[in-house]
Ligand binder design. Structure first.
Ligand code: GLA
Length: 392
């Protein structure tokens, strides 16, 4: 990755002027998977992998956005923004401009240079980081203040309505609110949140399976629809419930016969996962590592068996990790169908852990996994860059 100064140089070479620099982090989720769009609880942490955006204002109401990762420039007029073809990288930044304007923000045009080091397609939220970094850049260049909670919601709206991916709020929120050395307990209904300290002798180790199954986005939307079906059926008996967040396990059991077995299992995952998030926060506070490890294992099993969003590579990666000394807990993280596991590992054991997990995974799959170690990082922000002025 470039330093902020190199990014400024790259901007200047591309657009011919100086710029302001912003960055937004990716994330891992410690526990609380597929709960955010059910008004539930999540416990993500921002990581030290970022999307960077260098930006300068334009007076002609146009956006010119260059992606270093894709080596491509896209141009658009702010007053006629519409999505490019499906899966185009520029739909994320253009969608944010669209959502900000929908919210009545008087944006000026901008030149934006985007560069990131969050691996794509690994489930570490490179898309949310692009959205949030662009949001900061657009608001900053237009002289508008950033309300982080509003920005997270507008970035989600951009992804839901402009990009067409029906994601929840977790990724955008943690990118806007991450705090160094902490995970964030978020109530995805009220947006109330609190920080949970990650013990200093533990590291977040992220193991990339190096696979991303094509199913990911269609199955994601299918899971959402199954949760909604569960709610529709359960509401006949409990008209007060608004989301799976409001349903207890005993209410679900009581109405098991009314639910298709698959929908029952999806609902059971969400309800038990919400409880696991609360219990994990308690376990962090009590420093009860055994309980934490068990909760992470249970979460993985529930995602594998009830929610059916794991895959053999994720199961294998979690299983290999479980056999290593110094492991507190391991589970798949993010939407599933490939991507990464999150492992909480004692610092002293991390280098052996990396080596042994990589070797074992390679011997079973022929794939060399990327294994990242990252402290929990801070939130999206503007970065002050001091340019080196030549002496004299
Ligand atoms: C993706 C989505 C999030 C969340 C997770 C699953 O990362 O972007 O909103 O639903 O999947 O927990």
């Amino acid at each position: 990755m470039k330093t902020p100064l190199q990014l400024l140089d790259a901007f200047k070479a591309h657009f011919g002027t100086g710029a302001s620099v912003y960055r937004a982090p990716g994330r891992v989720n410690l526990i609380g998977e597929h709960t955010d769009y059910n008004d539930g609880f999540v416990l993500p942490a921002a990581i030290e992998f970022y999307c960077w955006a260098a930006a300068a204002p334009r007076r002609d109401g146009r956006l010119i956005i260059y992606s270093e990762n894709f080596n491509e420039t896209v141009e658009a007029a702010l007053d006629s923004l519409s999505p490019l073809e499906k899966k185009h990288w520029a739909n994320y930044p253009l969608g944010v401009a669209w959502a900000l304007r929908q919210a009545g923000k008087p944006l000026t045009g901008a030149n934006i240079y985007i560069a990131g080091d969050i691996p794509f397609g690994a489930g570490l939220s490179s898309s949310a980081a692009v959205e949030v970094a662009t949001g900061f850049a657009l608001l900053g260049q237009s002289g508008l203040a950033v309300d982080r909670s509003e920005l997270a919601q507008l970035c989600q709206k951009a992804e839901n309505e402009f990009v067409g991916a029906h994601v929840g709020i977790m990724d955008q929120f943690i990118s806007c609110f991450g705090r160094a050395s902490h995970a964030l307990l978020l109530d995805c209904r009220s947006f109330q949140h609190e920080f949970v300290k990650i013990p200093t002798d533990l590291q977040l180790v992220i193991c990339n399976t190096m696979v991303k199954h094509e199913l990911a986005s269609s199955e994601y939307n299918a899971r959402r629809a199954e949760c909604e079906e569960g709610i529709r059926i359960l509401r006949k008996a409990f008209p007060e419930i608004r989301a799976l967040r409001d349903v207890s396990l005993s209410q679900l059991d009581e109405h098991r016969r009314n639910l298709p077995p698959r929908v029952f299992a999806r609902c059971r995952h969400v309800i038990t996962e919400n409880a696991r998030v609360q219990n994990a926060v308690e376990a962090f506070r009590r420093e009860d590592r055994q309980a934490l490890g068990q909760l992470m294992r249970d979460s993985h099993r529930s995602l594998r068996d009830d929610y059916e969003v794991s895959c053999k590579e994720l199961d294998l990666m979690a299983e290999i990790a479980a056999a290593q000394p110094g492991l507190i807990g391991a589970r798949m993280t993010g939407g599933g169908f490939g991507g990464c596991t999150i492992n909480l590992v004692e610092c002293a054991a991390v280098s052996d852990f990396r080596r042994k997990v990589a070797a074992a995974y390679f011997s079973k799959t022929g794939l060399t996994p990327e294994i990242f170690v990252s402290p929990a990082s801070g939130s999206a922000q503007q970065i002050a860059v001091l340019e080196n002025k030549p002496a004299g």
